[in-house]
Design a protein around this ligand. Structure first.
Ligand code: BGC
Length: 909
């Protein structure tokens, strides 16, 4: 029996909690500015503010808010909003609220807090104080100039250094920096911040990203040393631009910056030299000669004269020269920076040939390795990275094509050394070590996972282990291909932002990661490449493929659409709207009788038997799905998206114009491709029928025939796909929507060729580019996201969490789980702008139980697979009596309910 006093205490504690929670019925947490917490370098002149709301009550929502903004934290604490007081605003908006105070100053730091009023009209407490800080808003803010090396460039990474003097107590200190291709910033011997492979990849002639670092705590009184190491990245000949700004406690300021000629103190002279990074290339890898290290070069005690006695004249410090700027405008980097996000210990190490050691990381991934080694000075360790092994157990690098993907470390000798590269990354599961002194152990190599540091957002787990393993495989593939642009693959000589793949990949990505800052940046990349004629390019930044892009690149508009649906972001849509229209107009200008007349890839990369043998791109063009069919379907899709966006943006004329275009294209599409003899589209294959259904282009009286033909086309292929990168998504979606969810489930869980299960059965840990298990040269990446749309299907249908177009950004949610195939349960979660949404269901003794969590200030429509309203319970009570649950009757074979925030537990027989 429990101790009576303890019991009493427990009761008292519970009572206290109840009193507290009924008192603060709504409270604010997680204040964000421009979708980030306490960001520096904000360049939106009117930033968007968002917050989370919590409450223990059901159906809680915000009825009003008040935002206070101050120039000083203490002022705000005392309630003095000297910058802006929104006053009490009657509104339920808690996501992306526009700052509407006075003009914000360049560099200005603003402190803010917010409170909310709940459904009963009572105000909750203010949030914790948050801040944002503005970027350098005007070109005139920059004193710095781009500097580089003068002499003949040896291809080596350059080391820049300068001493600065800190004269008084520092109140605030910032370094604004960009170094092309990639830079690493150092201060007094330490790396500043945790960005790697910075800045993000852009078309440097249009836009160059710079980062902002708070360096106050790393500065010391007196002499300080700034060091910047700059590699080639996607640029070439290294150059750097840096500006440091210090505000002292007494309000006076110092500024120091990169320059070539003499300028006023505290600017010391800058110096530059070649360093130990002999070679560095994104594709090829890095060669590092530790014997050339200048230990202490980035510290104040460094004596450059001493440094000049180094190995050869190339290592002398010289004065950098001002160099031509890259040409693009300087823009604050607001995308989540690339970071080392995880470390993995290898699973095994083998010795397939004497002295050749091969590590298996156990997971195909993107990043690099840290090597631990000791040995003689000058010993040379070579690391070769690969996704697969040759039959003899050594690495097989043939599918990397011309990418050498090889790092070399040359030892300095004299004890334990540890090294990892800076300016390259690899896509790999295996690492082959040659020249290692002795026999390496598992401890001597650690894999570092490197990617844009977007947060994971959605989770999905089911009773079917194969589904879980496919989800993991897709997740790792997406994660491996986020390197400031959405790359097609991380390993071979490509790594480009392919727009065709992204058309079907983007929805998977927004379910698995928080792309709210990543995609706006990529939209700018696309826009930078867009021509006067409206044509976008196959890849952005444009380095590969064609201009104009394949018309299947509706990804351009879809990114804007998903940013709106998943994050409630209308400003990016507004900013890009002209670009979206221009691309749609361009496609429309490439039509004859409203049929688009060109296409390159179409439903790219179907199973080999369904592709044109040995045509362009190693037989990846579909033989039964005409490219013009796909192109025309996507013109329709784009026109419809533009007209839907026009509604959101209140542009009536555009709405009507693009709706009319969509209708014209729809008619032409049906006239050209409808095949009445068979009751399907074109060749009547899976792709054509699924795409037409997905687009909603099939006239109502023909839908049943088309669906029946689609089902037949699936059965004719033993319930396997015959589709390429694009239509794979649509087959699963439309089968589920038209009542054939179990068939979609069967396709998704096949383990024989072609299927995701087949990839897993053949050892894949990330998605292949082809359905076939190819090795050798050519086109067969083993880490290619374009077939990963199945993960979006898991989230949307098995987990059942969907944004409701009626309330974008998950202000309204649709929860509609499908209990398909042999599934007995599924658990899904999604971190929305309003907080965590969860949906978890279980089939048990003939009943269906569904637990959902709906965040405060949102409304969910819940579909329960049940026929009989009287059998539905919530929280153990008949649903009719449940608090906050409104019945909307039955729809499409489900009982439908509407709920506000809270946790609910439904059960139906
Ligand atoms: C890319 C693919 C892309 C294709 C289009 C390939 O090189 O890796 O992802 O779909 O080109 O041609």
């Amino acid at each position: 029996m429990r101790h009576p006093v303890r019991l009493l205490l427990l009761v008292m504690q519970l009572a206290a909690v109840c009193v507290l929670t009924t008192h603060a019925e709504i409270s604010v947490s997680g204040p964000r500015c421009e979708s980030a917490s306490n960001p520096l370098g904000v360049d939106a002149l009117n930033p968007h503010l968002s917050w989370l709301l919590t409450s223990s009550q059901r159906g809680q929502k915000q009825t009003a808010y008040q935002i206070l903004v101050a120039s000083d934290e203490d002022k705000l604490r005392r309630g003095q909003a000297d910058i802006w007081d929104s006053g009490k605003v009657a509104s339920d908006q808690s996501n992306q609220v526009l700052y509407q105070g006075p003009t914000l100053a360049s560099r200005g730091r603003y402190y803010w807090k917010v409170r909310a009023w709940g459904k009963d009209g009572a105000a909750g407490p203010y949030s914790d104080i948050a801040y944002w800080e503005m970027a350098l808003l005007s070109p005139d803010d920059w004193k710095a100039e781009w500097i580089g090396h003068t002499g003949g460039w040896l291809g080596r990474a350059l080391y820049f250094r300068s001493d600065v003097t800190i004269r008084k107590t520092v109140r605030r200190a910032r370094i604004y920096v960009s170094g092309l291709g990639y830079y690493e910033l150092r201060l007094n011997g330490q790396k500043v911040g945790d960005h790697v492979l910075d800045p993000g990849f852009t078309d440097y002639s249009k836009r160059v990203l710079y980062a902002t670092y708070d360096v106050a705590s790393q500065l010391q009184p007196g002499k300080n040393t700034i060091g910047v190491i700059v590699g080639n990245g996607w640029y070439g000949l290294p150059k750097v631009l840096l500006q440091g700004e210090v505000t002292y406690a007494d309000g006076s300021r110092d500024i120091f910056y990169t320059h070539s000629a003499f300028v006023e103190p505290p600017n010391g002279p800058w110096q530059v030299t070649n360093g130990p990074i002999l070679e560095n290339g994104v594709y090829d890898g890095e060669t590092y000669d530790a014997r050339l290290e200048k230990t202490g070069w980035d510290t104040p005690s460094w004596d450059p004269a001493k440094g000049n006695t180094a190995v050869d004249s190339a290592d002398q410090w010289t004065t950098p020269q001002s160099v031509p700027p890259p040409g693009g405008k300087l823009v604050s980097q607001t995308i989540d920076p690339i970071k080392i996000v995880a470390a993995i210990e290898p699973k095994t190490v083998s010795e397939p040939r004497p002295g050749v050691f091969v590590y298996d990381i156990g997971q195909n991934m993107a990043g690099w390795t840290e090597l631990k080694v000791s040995g003689e000075r000058g010993a040379r360790v070579t690391l070769r990275f690969a996704e697969s092994l040759a039959p003899d157990g050594t690495v097989d690098q043939r599918n990397l094509r011309t990418a050498a993907a090889t790092d070399v470390y040359i030892l300095k000798g004299g004890g334990a050394e540890s090294w990892e590269p800076r300016f390259t990354y690899h896509g790999f599961r295996y690492v082959q070590l040659e020249g290692f002194p002795g026999k390496p152990t598992l401890k001597d190599l650690t894999a570092k996972v490197v990617r844009s540091s977007v947060d994971p957002s959605g989770t999905i787990e089911t009773s079917n282990d194969l589904i879980n393993r496919i989800q993991k495989m897709v997740w790792w593939t997406e994660a491996s291909n986020l390197h400031s642009i959405p790359t097609d693959c991380p390993q071979r000589d490509e790594r480009m932002g392919w727009m065709n793949d992204l058309t079907v990949r983007s929805e998977e990505a927004v379910y698995n990661f928080n792309m709210s800052r990543f995609y706006p940046k990529f939209l700018h990349d696309i826009r930078d490449a867009q021509g006067e004629d409206g044509a976008i390019t196959d890849t952005a930044p444009f380095r590969w493929g064609s201009r104009p892009a394949d018309p299947v690149s509706a990804s351009y508009l879809l990114l804007g659409w998903f940013l709106y649906q998943h994050y409630g972001d209308t400003h990016t849509m507004a900013e890009e709207f002209d670009g979206f229209k221009a691309w749609t107009d361009f496609l429309s200008s490439k039509t004859k009788d409203n049929i688009v007349t060109y296409g390159y890839y179409g439903d790219w990369s179907p199973p080999k038997a369904f592709a044109i043998a040995d045509s362009f791109g190693s037989g990846a063009v579909s033989k039964d799905t005409p490219r013009e069919f796909m192109s025309t379907g996507y013109l329709y899709y784009c026109a419809r998206l533009v007209s839907q966006m026009a509604v959101v943006l209140g542009k009536k004329d555009d709405q009507a114009k693009y709706e009319a275009l969509a209708n014209r294209v729809a008619n032409a599409f049906n006239q050209r491709y409808w095949n009445d003899a068979v009751g399907g589209y074109g060749s009547n294959n899976q792709s054509m029928n699924a795409f037409a259904l997905f687009l909603g282009l099939v006239p109502q009286d023909k839908v049943q025939r088309v669906v029946a033909n689609l089902v037949k086309a699936v059965h004719d292929n033993q319930d396997h796909l015959t589709t390429g990168n694009l239509c794979t998504k649509y087959v699963l979606e439309v089968l589920t929507q038209y009542g054939y969810g179990d068939l979609a489930f069967k396709i998704a869980t096949q383990e024989t060729y072609p299927s995701w299960g087949y990839m897993l059965a053949n050892g894949a840990t990330t998605l292949w580019e082809r359905w076939e298990p190819l090795t050798g040269g050519g086109m067969n990446s083993h880490n290619h996201p374009m077939m990963g749309s199945v993960s979006a299907w898991f989230h949307k249908y098995l987990g059942g969490i969907n944004p409701d177009p009626q309330g974008p950004g998950f202000k309204r949610i649709v929860i509609r789980p499908y209990a398909l195939g042999n599934l007995t349960w599924a658990r899904a979660g999604y971190n929305s702008p309003y907080g965590l949404i969860s949906s978890s269901w279980r089939k048990e003794n003939g009943s269906f139980r569904l637990k959902v969590t709906v965040p405060v200030n949102t409304t969910a429509t819940i579909y329960l697979p049940a026929q009989n309203p009287s059998s539905v319970m919530e929280g153990g009570k008949p649903v009719a009596t449940a608090e906050g649950v409104k019945s909307l009757g039955s729809r499409e074979g489900a009982m439908v309910f509407e709920v506000g925030s809270g946790d609910y537990e439904f059960a139906a027989n």
